[in-house]
Design a binder for this molecule. Structure first.
Ligand code: SF4
Length: 442
């Protein structure tokens, strides 16, 4: 049975207007993996995020998540704290008066089973599919996104940002490594995130992450995943976008990431040239052992001139392009996540846009700029507030986020191209749902 099926089976009904018994916030636990096949000393990291209404979300290695009712939150927290089932049951009876004992016992067994199931080691790349309603961060009153993408800055500034993210209840951060990333800063960033108990990832060009012992040091610092742009199986095509020699560096790095027992992710940019060779690209990546893919398209307004478009996909070609990507990925049985499309910016070359990548890691994420400005993953490049200066609830309820949430909560599917995962959030041919303006690694 897959984790997804287990989660669905174990989903706990939510009693209306139940009292808040666990204060809202983020709780972090490490638990030894429970399966018979697990290596001794293998740990699973749990985050229990309790929302202001008492409901919660339990995340395991940020790869799998289950929603919990207020009583489920109490059970999960106490079990993870090491309380005995008898103590949990007594506390349940005290907090949720009127619920039948047999129901409580049954639910407690289910939550204990859920924790044990999630603690079994598995693939540890955090993919939360927006399509799955159990995992959508926007179909319930949540207090924050689940991830943040943060360009690498000086350690002191980054420490402030990480502390604020943790306080806002965001358990997962991806550091965006710029060209010639400072290796010491990158390692310290990962260490700081790990010290806080966050899931930590790094996204950067292979050329920039292949310096000396950087990868080994990142692995020792506890990095959970490394995302590397890979444009094409053809070295000439790839290097034209990502720099001379980057193709060879990417192939070496993707193997080395796995050898260091870190989750490797290939970020595949989608423009006309890379889409044409996508099957070969996926085959080449599969041969390197890569099973986690992150796709992002660079899309141009339909009336943009050919010269300005420079090979970006047109808006009207987006559904067909998405359909091809999903068909190939399903045929080849690879896991993928869609990033919001990035709007073609004619002021810079297409290669620079490919190097910058998506604004944020999908719709469970947000971007935090070095000065603390918080940018939603889609729509105009507009700050919802400053993480370092503003209270988080004000940022989350700013117009920039409200507008974004209203848009993604609205059903967008139509019958034109059925079964596309990409339009679970927004129709890919509508520019209002793209990331517009500045984004990616600057
Ligand atoms: S919203 Fe409609 S047109 Fe747009 S991609 Fe989805 S099915 Fe196709």
């Amino acid at each position: 049975m897959t984790i997804k099926t287990i989660l669905k089976k174990l989903f706990i009904p939510q009693p209306p207007a139940a009292p808040e018994v666990v204060p809202s916030g983020l709780y972090h636990y490490m638990r030894e993996a429970g399966s018979a096949s697990s290596e001794p000393g293998t740990y699973t990291r749990f985050h229990l995020r309790v929302e202001p209404d008492g409901r919660g979300m339990l995340l395991a290695n940020a790869t799998a998540a289950a929603r919990l009712s207020p009583s489920g939150v109490l059970m999960a927290k106490e079990l993870l704290d090491g309380a005995s089932p008898e103590k949990v049951l007594a506390d349940l009876k005290a907090s949720f008066r009127g619920a039948p004992l047999e129901v409580m016992q049954y639910d407690l067994e289910r939550v204990a089973g859920l924790i044990n199931g999630l603690a079994a080691p598995g693939d540890n790349y955090p993919i939360l599919n927006f399509e799955d309603p159990d995992l959508s961060p926007y179909e319930a009153r949540l207090m924050a996104p689940l991830q943040a993408d943060v360009p690498l800055v000086e350690p002191e500034q980054l420490a402030l940002i990480l502390d604020r993210l943790w306080a806002a209840g965001i358990p997962h951060v991806t550091f965006l490594a710029p060209e010639n990333a400072n290796p010491t800063h990158l390692v310290r960033a990962v260490e700081r995130a790990e010290d806080l108990g966050m899931i930590a990832g790094v996204r950067g060009r292979a050329t920039d992450l292949s310096q000396g012992n950087l990868l080994r040091e990142l692995a020792l610092a506890g990095v959970d995943h490394v995302t590397v742009p890979y444009a094409s199986a053809g070295p000439a095509v790839h290097d034209a976008f990502l720099g001379l020699g980057d193709h060879a560096a990417a192939e070496t790095l993707l193997v080395a990431i796995q050898e260091n027992e870190v989750a490797a992710v290939a970020e595949v940019p989608l423009v006309e040239e890379t889409l044409a060779g996508l099957r070969q690209t996926l085959n080449a990546l599969l041969a390197l052992g890569i099973h986690n893919y992150s796709f992002f398209a660079i899309a141009a307004l339909n009336d943009m001139s050919e010269a300005q478009r420079a090979g970006a996909l047109t808006a009207s070609a987006m559904p067909q392009a998405a359909s091809r990507v999903e068909e190939l990925s399903n045929d080849m049985d690879v896991r993928f996540i869609w990033q919001p499309p990035v709007q073609r910016d004619p002021a810079i070359s297409l290669a620079v846009q490919v190097q910058r990548g998506p604004r944020a890691s999908g719709d469970v994420s947000m971007r935090v700029e070095p000065d603390g400005a918080v940018i939603p993953p889609r729509g105009p490049y507009r700050s919802a507030g400053n993480l370092l200066a503003d209270e988080w609830p004000n940022i989350w309820n700013d117009d920039a986020f409200l507008h974004y949430r209203e848009r993604v909560e609205r059903p967008t599917r139509c019958d034109e191209c059925p079964d596309l995962a990409i339009c679970a959030v927004d129709c890919p041919r509508k520019p209002a749902g793209w990331s517009q303006g500045v984004g990616g690694v600057l």
